[in-house]
Design a protein around this ligand. Structure first.
Ligand code: UD1
Length: 363
């Protein structure tokens, strides 16, 4: 009888920041269904607050990470360098056959660079997204990671086109669909019981954390003022990211009122329950643009561009940019019942991670 071609393979997954955790969960689970593959989860510690990290591991059922590099917060160069130094030791000790990195955060590019220099194959989950805005740290992370990766797993056709334009050989590109939507589909039935108490029947849900919105303090002040105005028509629930909280403290604004309610960052299931019920979501997050498109909830994105154009072309997303008037008028339209209709993109079907696992299991 033939022995299987490889009886043992070690895959190391690298995650660091909140949005990575929803992407890791389905891929880890799908690979676990193949025998002979050992999986090691490395958390870089880029995010470390309980409600930015641990609660997600608990809710998503991934178990605690095997290794935590505890790099914490620092400047981009220092944080990236710390991940590189600490992760290099892990790769040398564990000698994986493949390292999987996720999304576009500093931990992603740092790990990819370490592997490329050590000659260890890298797979990039959520490859090919481009905002074409190099002032965004994430865009630099995406560009470099995709150049270094050996397997590029894309969520939609626009990702394939971007990669081909950048000279990535077609054989490296695998259109698999959206792993974040895998998690959403799996967790949706469980989220209703996690809805925070005291949620009004109609509300807007707001998240803001991009440097372009929260590090420009004059703009942030204006943005909070606009939200306050909107809240006279519609209660706003605003889970505040730690970066945003710091900036709001810096300018002595906590922005809170009875109709503009500030909250701690929400666990995955509570946030999903809130999204599902929101009249409109106002955000600068990448993942939330995708989740609202899947849920068919109107989304106003406070950015001039998006690396996820499919959510605008096909989904419920509208880019309002840095235009407070536009934001206000779009909210009015939505409240008057004029919502943008959307469709769910192809392969956002709950099975993207299985397609990734099929590919890596054959290595
Ligand atoms: C990072 C990612 C961003 C992603 C976001 C999701 C990069 C370049 N940015 O941005 O793409 O959308 O995560 O949240 O990788 N902090 C805490 N507790 C934490 C983590 C951070 O208090 O657990 C504070 C720190 O003071 C830190 C600041 O938040 O300086 C920003 O954290 P950082 O990881 O540098 O970037 P994010 O803004 O979270």
């Amino acid at each position: 009888m033939w022995l299987s071609r490889r009886t043992h393979m070690r895959i190391v997954h690298v995650v660091g920041a909140r949005p990575n955790l929803m992407k890791l969960a389905p891929v880890y689970r799908a690979i676990a269904s193949f025998p002979g593959i050992e999986q090691v989860v490395v958390h870089t510690g880029q995010h470390y607050d309980f409600n930015m990290s641990d609660v997600f591991f608990r809710q998503l059922g991934t178990g605690a990470p095997d290794i935590n590099l505890q790099v914490g917060s620092a400047s981009h160069a220092k944080q990236t360098a710390e991940v590189m130094m600490r992760f290099e030791t892990v790769v040398l000790e564990r000698r994986p056959e493949l390292v999987l990195v996720y999304g576009d955060v500093n931990s992603t590019v740092a790990a990819a660079l370490v592997c490329a220099k050590l000659g260890v194959p890298v797979g990039h989950v959520e490859a090919g997204l481009r905002s074409f805005d190099r002032s965004m740290p994430e865009e630099l992370n995406r560009l470099v990671t995709d150049q270094l990766a050996d397997f590029l797993f894309t969520p939609s056709e626009d990702g394939d086109r971007n990669l081909e334009r950048e000279g990535i050989p077609k054989r490296k590109i695998h259109l698999v669909g959206n792993v974040m939507i895998d998690t959403l589909i799996r967790m949706l039935p469980a989220c209703e019981s996690h809805l925070p108490s005291d949620v009004p029947s109609r509300f807007a849900l707001v998240t803001l954390h991009r440097p372009s919105n929260v590090d420009d303090l004059a703009w942030l002040k204006g943005l909070l003022h606009t939200l306050e105005n909107i809240s006279s028509d519609l209660t706003i629930l605003f889970p505040v990211h730690p970066r945003t909280k710091q900036r709001m403290n810096d300018i002595g604004l906590n922005g809170a009122s009875s109709r503009l309610r500030l909250m701690e960052p929400q666990p995955y299931l509570a946030f999903l329950a809130l999204q599902q019920r929101a009249a409109v979501v106002i955000t600068d997050s990448g993942g939330i643009q995708e989740e609202t498109t899947y849920l068919q909830i109107p989304c106003l994105t406070v950015r001039e561009n998006t690396e996820r154009p499919i959510t605008v072309d096909m989904g419920t997303n509208i880019l309002v940019g840095r235009d407070s008037e536009r934001m206000r008028s779009e909210v009015e339209m939505i409240l008057a019942g004029h919502r943008k209709a959307g469709q769910v993109p192809r392969l956002w079907d709950g099975h993207a991670a299985e397609r990734i696992a099929q590919i890596v299991a054959k290595l």
